[in-house]
Design a protein around this ligand. Structure first.
Ligand SMILES: C[S@@+](CC[C@H](N)C(=O)[O-])C[C@H]1O[C@@H](n2cnc3c(N)ncnc32)[C@H](O)[C@@H]1O
Length: 390
């Protein structure tokens, strides 16, 4: 993770512009000696830099709002140090200019792109955790009429894929840096031809983090068109057994199992397992029925009426558990003289979302972007709205 180790941290006067980078405001931890978040805008992305005041004085990215590609973050870190006059002791941030491959691509999309206007004019295929992107690139080149959506959460893999998309001049791939477990809720019903889940992380010690789950399967079934398939390929005996159990629960669809089946393109992982002579399992789920469109109503605006800052402090001690999921205020911050900010975890237990709510002049809003518009997040929002308005 790119970071700077500073000799001393010097705050800015906000808002301020430093070249093309804007620094908008600073949110201090409740104990300001711990550090602060710095709201930053660059190349159309808004995110927080984090200053951590410990044995070292570190300036790095906030995990929740971290921008992609990495160039944006690196540039913002260096801009902060330069404009504030904070001397850098050491860092792992190079001063490399923006990668020209990344500059010209428009394959990288945000979740709001899909949430607002999901492309529906052609068959969609989704690859979950594309890694080296060998399979994704191969499939896209072989099926030019199909739109491929690649989901990944590992930034270097995303940058690699974007580079290859430009080099190979591929126009039918969209990449998104997003958790696959959250993404499917945004996909309209009955438009997906295939969902590939190849060699997912087995998470044997933390099975709740697995991509495959009953909820994922339900959403896949809704998004798939009749005859569409969800293809799990794994070398993990445990994951295979877990998938069999999970795939057995829905009543209306069927699945097939194959062992050591050859496919057209072999991924880096598959290469490795083959050399080790491991068994490779395919579990393929086929959708057999049309699904209705999802019925998610509501939005993420807060009702009017001033928010009492004292309530924010009280909220931070509790986790509110409900049948749809939970709401938990993880941290509170102060912003300037009268503002505050909270960091929340919310939504469903197996797909929690972390987000920030900024409170200025008694009015609350999510910052820098709305949570994902899932039914559990909307429920959590309704609860939060009630709580902060007493
Ligand atoms: C073991 S690698 C396999 C990569 C590739 N499919 C292959 O066969 O070579 C698993 C990939 O899934 C990604 N991943 C893990 N959890 C994910 C999630 N919830 N959403 C999207 N990608 C995820 C990881 O970052 C990693 O690149």
């Amino acid at each position: 993770m790119p970071h700077l180790n500073l000799e001393s941290f010097k705050p800015l006067t906000y808002p301020t512009q430093c070249g093309e980078v804007e620094f908008l405001f600073q949110a201090d931890y409740k104990n300001p000696d711990e550090g602060a978040l710095i709201a930053t805008r660059y190349k159309g992305r808004e995110f927080f830099l984090v200053y951590k005041n410990g044995a070292k004085k570190l300036l790095k990215s906030d995990k929740i709002t971290r921008p992609s590609p990495n160039f944006i973050l690196k540039h913002a870190l260096l801009a902060y140090a330069e404009c504030s006059g904070s001397p850098i002791l050491d860092s792992n941030v190079d001063n490399a200019p923006e990668n020209t491959h990344l500059k010209t691509h428009d394959a990288l999309k945000t979740i709001s792109y899909f949430a607002e206007n999901f492309p529906k004019n052609r068959e969609v295929r989704i690859e979950v955790g594309f890694g080296s992107a060998r399979h994704l690139l191969h499939q896209a080149a072989a099926n030019p009429d199909v739109l491929f959506i690649g989901l990944e959460i590992h930034k270097p893999s995303i940058e690699q894929a974007l580079k290859q998309i430009v080099i190979q001049n591929i126009t039918n791939i969209m990449i998104i840096d997003y958790d696959a477990r959250l993404f499917l809720e945004f996909v309209p019903s009955n438009i997906v031809g295939k969902i590939y889940v190849h060699f997912p992380v087995p998470w044997d010690k933390k099975p709740h983090r697995r991509v495959i789950s009953e909820a994922f399967l339900k959403e896949s079934e809704r998004a798939l068109r009749v005859g569409g398939t969800l293809e799990l390929r794994t070398d993990s005996e445990n994951y295979y057994r877990f998938a069999l159990e999970t795939f057995s629960s829905p009543a209306i669809s069927r699945f097939d199992v194959r062992k050591n089946q050859e496919i057209a393109i072999v991924s880096k992982y598959e290469d490795r397992w083959k050399k080790m002579e491991k068994n490779i399992y395919d579990v393929t789920f086929t959708c057999e029925a049309e699904s209705p469109e999802p019925d998610i109503i509501g939005n993420f605006t807060f009702s009017g009426g001033a928010v009492d800052p004292k309530i924010i402090d009280r909220l931070s001690t509790e986790t509110y558990k409900r049948e749809w999921g939970f709401l938990h205020v993880e941290r509170t911050f102060t912003v300037g003289e009268n503002g505050s900010m909270i960091r929340l975890a919310m939504g469903s237990f197996d797909r929690p979302e972390s987000t920030y709510v900024l409170i200025e002049n008694g009015a609350a809003r999510y910052y820098p972007s709305f949570p994902v518009r899932s039914s559990a997040n909307l429920q959590a929002h309704i609860l939060l709205d009630e709580l902060i308005h007493g």
